[in-house]
Write a protein that binds this ligand. Structure first.
Ligand SMILES: [Cu+2]
Length: 268
């Protein structure tokens, strides 16, 4: 009976490993492929950590299984054996994880700096400034662009362009946006870009990303911000430079349309 329980407890870590193994191919894993160069790097960091954890997991489970099996196979009459532990083993399992953690901390510094530290953002984004402001509020994303040819200012300008829940950006180059919130704390999350940043009341947080391929990418809110949190879904529309410019021009025309021109054309 003891052997049965030893095998029973041994079975579950194997099931867990099996599911981890088949998860990526069965699409239970990430929300699709990483669609930005930074996303690919973040994913490779994730996999590095996952591999380290997997090796430790397999090692500890194998040791546990060995101990379970050995004691299950022991004679009924055998006496218990007490130990005060092993000083050298304790040293090893303290020093090795410490080195692993320091290694991970140093290894991810470049990616982290480029992802989060403004002075490491791509030069072009610092020269160009932000292409748009993304302001979260309960429960939508408000987008403000500067008028074509102008730079985005922190305070709204009279000729700014507005839209809701659809952010247009050009493909193939790094772009920066200003993230804000108009009420509570929200979090800007784009799963395919592997990009996540809290929007904090009172702060303007610059976020940059680069999308090589034209298409639509999800934006969701990753901070439980109220009853309508679930519906804070929006999208990034990445399109060619020309299509992006045309979109802004169209937005400008629509926004400044006062009906006068159309009416004049009708009477002619
Ligand atoms: Cu929210």
């Amino acid at each position: 009976m003891k052997k049965f329980w030893a095998l029973f407890f041994y079975f579950w870590p194997i099931v867990a490993l099996y599911f981890c193994w088949i998860a990526p191919e069965s699409n239970w894993w990430f929300p699709g492929e990483a669609m930005s160069p930074m996303g690919v790097r973040i994913e490779s960091l994730f996999y590095l950590i996952l591999w380290i954890v997997a090796i430790v997991f397999i090692g500890t489970q194998a040791a546990l299984g060995y101990a379970l099996w050995k004691s299950a196979a022991r004679d009924e009459g055998q006496k218990a054996w007490y130990s005060h532990g092993s000083h050298s083993l304790e040293l090893i399992w303290t020093i090795v994880p410490a080195f692993v953690l320091v290694f991970i901390a140093l290894y991810q510094m470049d990616v982290w700096a480029e992802y989060r530290v403004q002075s490491f953002y791509p030069d072009s984004t610092r020269e160009e400034g932000s292409v748009a402001e993304l302001a979260a509020r309960q429960f939508e994303w408000r987008i403000r662009y500067p008028a074509p040819g102008k730079k985005l200012s922190d305070e709204p300008e009279s000729d700014d362009l507005y839209w809701v829940n659809e952010l247009h950006v050009p493909t193939g180059r790094p772009v920066k946006i200003n993230l804000r919130t108009q009420d509570v704390q929200h979090a800007f999350f784009s799963p395919q870009l592997r990009l996540k940043q809290d929007a904090v009341p009172g702060l303007i947080i610059p976020v940059w990303f680069e999308i090589p391929e034209a298409g639509e990418y999800d934006i969701v809110c990753a901070e439980l911000c109220g009853w309508g949190h679930y519906k804070m879904r929006a999208k990034i529309v990445a399109e060619s430079e020309a299509a992006y410019k045309a979109y802004l021009n169209r937005l400008q025309d629509e926004q400044n349309e006062d009906g006068y021109k159309a009416a004049e054309e009708e009477t002619n």
